[in-house]
Design a protein around this ligand. Sequence first.
Ligand code: GAR
Length: 211
Amino acid sequence: MLKLAVCVSGGGTNLQAIIDRIGDGTIQGARIVRVISNNPRAYALERAKQAGIEGVCVSPRQFETRDLFNQALLEALQAAEPDLIVLAGFLVAIPPAVIEAFRGRIINIHPALIPSFCGKGYYGLKVHERALERGVKVSGATVHFVDEGLDSGPIILQKAVEILDGDTAEVLQKRIMEQAEWIILPQAISLIAQGRVVIEGRTTRILPERR
Ligand code: GAR
């Protein structure tokens, strides 16, 4: 059984998608052991509670220095003994000590087709605002492993979504969530639970289904 720790900051719709796909059997062999939020008011914590999952808040405001926060985040993760950490809308830079402790075992969902619209300053609605400003005709979402860089780790899955005339950042964000994020994040977890994702340098290889 793959034990998941899910890190969140806000609404938690991606967390909900994982809960639902475990619930309906689409994801097999995985369960969420802890949800960690940096934001005490995140609705994601309410979603965890409603699903009977332990939710904890580790907020930078609780600590005098960033180092102390980073240490507390590492401890909150280690205490859950996860096999995989899922960043599901976690808008905090992952401390190097966490990456070191869980190398190759942290994945992130990003709301664009990496390497477009990613890196420093590209999170949440800002990603979609920049995509619209640039006038791209497709965007989408990416699930990737987390390494020391920003949105630079090996890509696991991507899904493209069309941009339509009159889109606002909010409308585009919702379409990308519905048509891409809520699909490929559970899919990536399912593939990892089946042992079908192999990291090969900067890339990944998805092994065929075992029969
Ligand atoms: C999602 O769109 C996710 O891709 C994005 O934040 C949103 C969280 O929504 N993540 C990033 O921008 C990371 N760079 P949710 O809380 O409803 O899942």
